[in-house]
Ligand binder design. Structure first.
Ligand SMILES: [Zn+2]
Length: 315
């Protein structure tokens, strides 16, 4: 029996889809259709204050206009708080999640005290202040105790990848000080709950992968395969995003929008003249030849995931 293939598109409805988000949606759809699998949509509205009311439905309507319809009712992260709370409780029970009382200023102070120079946009690697307890301070957030060592995995498009999460990011946040669930936890819990075998998304999200695999391993969840795709760049060379004012998709001619996205993905079908549904069928066949799935589906060993043992701390 061929293993089931499940892919997903997971937009944050902070605004309508733009040309770049259609590329990501289309890539995940093509990948699943080429394998005869199931395509799901997850509305990542866990960060509710950033998502205007009704925008999730706008996004779903935009997808439908491009003939991209999920095979199941969409999953809404804003309704998944119980599942995230359960996952956090499981991590706490295993002793791999702990409360943190640090403000941003505390973290910067601790890093400065260690002589770490901070560039304005540099990642603030959490210095581990609260690993040994809160020292009477009030808990603000929850963090994952990240094991030391380099994580290796295979990206279907980018090839061999590696990151030492402990030194690159440090113990990252699972639940934020404002009570909202952190992106990494929500993604990992939902990918597992939806049975996602294949994560296909934009390259801008590639550097989340190691954190997500660390979290999957901490929760005893399977690791999907990953394919990180090309981004649409704005005229200034930066990634097209809602933050830099990317225009909403122009869907007066959905076939034209789909062809443009196919061109970004480097598919010849971009030149075909056909209605969107037909374009999509042709493109899925082309995708299947271009990006065949590795033979064994859903097998973390294939991903060469390895995590060295965490050294004992302050025994
Ligand atoms: Zn702390």
């Amino acid at each position: 029996m061929t293993p089931r293939v499940v892919g997903r598109f997971a937009p944050s409805p902070t605004g309508p889809l733009h040309a770049g988000s259609l590329v990501a949606a289309l890539a995940s759809w093509l990948d699943v259709r080429a394998a005869g699998g199931q395509w799901l949509v997850r509305i990542e509205d866990a960060d509710a204050p950033r998502c205007p009311p009704g925008m999730g439905d706008v996004v779903l309507a935009q997808l439908a206009a491009c003939s991209l319809r999920p095979d199941e009712a969409p999953c809404w992260q804003s309704r998944r708080g119980d599942a995230y709370a359960q996952a956090l409780a499981a991590l706490v029970a295993k002793g791999v999640a702990y409360p943190c009382a640090c403000t941003r200023r505390d973290i910067e102070g601790a890093l400065a005290a260690r002589g770490v120079a901070l560039a304005r946009d540099a990642e603030r690697v959490y210095p581990g202040t609260c690993r040994a307890g809160l020292g009477g301070r009030n808990a603000r957030a929850w963090r994952l105790r990240v094991p030391a060592g380099t994580l290796y995995w295979q990206d279907r498009r980018l090839g061999a990848q590696q990151q030492d999460v402990a030194t690159a990011v440090g113990d990252f946040v699972l639940r934020r000080a404002d009570g909202l669930w952190a992106y990494q936890l929500a993604v990992v819990v939902d990918d597992a709950a939806q049975g996602v075998t294949d994560v296909v998304r934009g390259e801008d999200l590639a550097d989340n992968t190691a954190r997500q695999i660390v979290l999957q391993q901490a929760l005893g969840l399977p690791t999907p395969r990953y394919w990180h795709g090309p981004l649409v760049l704005a005229a200034d060379g930066h990634k097209l995003s809602k933050q830099n004012g990317a225009a909403a998709l122009d869907l007066r001619d959905p076939a034209a929008a789909v062809r443009e996205a196919l061109a970004v993905l480097g598919l010849q079908t971009a030149r075909a003249q056909a209605p969107p549904a037909e374009l999509l069928q042709q493109a899925a066949a082309e995708w299947g030849h271009r990006w065949p799935l590795p033979a064994a589906a859903h097998n973390p060993a294939l991903l060469q995931v390895s995590l060295q043992d965490s050294p004992k701390e302050n025994p």
